[in-house]
Design a protein around this ligand. Structure first.
Ligand code: BTN
Length: 322
């Protein structure tokens, strides 16, 4: 009911809506409406009320509540179920637990803040309020060796969504760091539960420094990270970013499940800032220098080294200046 009242208020923002009219349209008492309005106000919606005229929505809070994400979301599966937390340790941890317990394909776990956000290779991921921190549960009909394609797909869709909504030129550093002007804007952590031949579930976790000011980040990343706010000086409508991301992700995902990841790989190559560059890759406890020449169909990086072309499945890449 709260959502229905909010939708009516949003649809009629240019005028006042009387309690009688809301009550008639939604078949609910005027006292109940008054209570829901007060709950919405507690959630951060500014709603003006004028005796004899009714209610008018003035401002909408920048929140990632199911109410905001669901309103206007055009997907069939992704984000049709949402678990929202104001604060949680890690959305990936929660998503894995829910997936283990049988949660549905497409369930979105989202938090305003994470206390113990997780990054790749066992690192921590700083997640203050204002960012976009979420995990998606997927149960794709794919063999386990194709899962890396989903990480590439996530990076590609995140780049395109950010370009579309913020006008930013975002590059991808292998395997899946989103980079703007040499600094990290977003990262992806994909976790999988599988047997050799059968995938149980995939959790795709995405962290995007959206409306985060750099001073909110720990000192050690302040100089190597950036945010949408720092780059554009304009706050992002985060719910809109998530809706656009989910819609585009669903379309690309359906395409890839049927036709394979060739199209995603082509888009990934277009956005890559790694390919063609001399890099140093830290993998398997060693530092190897070479020229990044391509990625293969499974997303592994092909590097031309003094020993010939070597394939890297995981690792940390730094780009050299030459
Ligand atoms: C990286 O190291 O680049 C990956 C960072 C992934 C962070 C996101 S934030 C939402 C989700 N929950 C987590 O604990 N981690 C991922």
């Amino acid at each position: 009911m709260k959502g229905k009242i909010l939708r009516l208020l949003k649809e009629n923002r240019e005028k006042f809506l009387s309690g009688v009219s809301i009550s008639r349209q939604l078949q609910v008492s005027r006292t109940a409406i008054w209570k829901y309005i007060s709950v919405l106000r507690d959630d951060g919606y500014r709603i003006k009320s004028v005796a004899g005229r009714g209610y008018q929505l003035q401002t909408v809070p920048d929140l990632l509540t199911p109410l905001e994400i669901d309103d206007g979301l055009r997907t069939k599966v992704l984000g049709q179920q949402i678990k929202y937390f104001q604060e949680i340790d890690s959305t990936n941890r929660v998503a894995r637990k829910l997936a283990q317990a049988g949660a549905a394909d497409g369930l979105l776990v989202i938090a305003e803040k994470q206390k113990a956000g997780r990054g790749r290779l066992g690192r921590t991921w700083s997640s203050p309020s204002g960012g976009i921190w979420f995990s998606l549960i997927l149960r794709p009909p794919l063999p386990p060796f194709k899962v890396q394609g989903l990480t590439l797909l996530t990076a590609v869709v995140a780049v395109e969504t950010t370009a579309l909504l913020c006008g930013l030129n975002v590059g991808i550093k292998w395997p899946n760091d989103l980079i703007v002007n040499g600094k990290k804007l977003a990262g992806i952590l994909t976790e999988v539960s599988a047997e050799i031949e059968r995938l149980h579930y995939v959790v795709v976790g995405l962290g995007l420094n959206a409306n985060v000011s750099l001073s909110q980040l720990p000192a050690e990343v302040e100089t190597i990270a950036t945010s949408i706010l720092a780059e554009t000086k304009r706050p992002l409508r985060r719910a809109e970013w998530i809706q656009t991301f989910l819609q585009r992700f669903e379309a690309a995902y359906q395409e890839a499940v049927v036709n394979g990841f060739a199209e995603i790989l082509a888009r990934w190559r277009r956005y890559s800032i790694t390919l063609g560059r001399t890099i140093v890759i830290h993998a398997g406890g060693k530092l190897i220098t070479g020229r990044a020449v391509d990625i293969n169909e499974q997303g592994a990086l092909l590097v031309e080294t003094k020993n010939g072309v070597e394939t890297f499945w995981a690792g940390d890449v730094s780009l050299s200046n030459d």
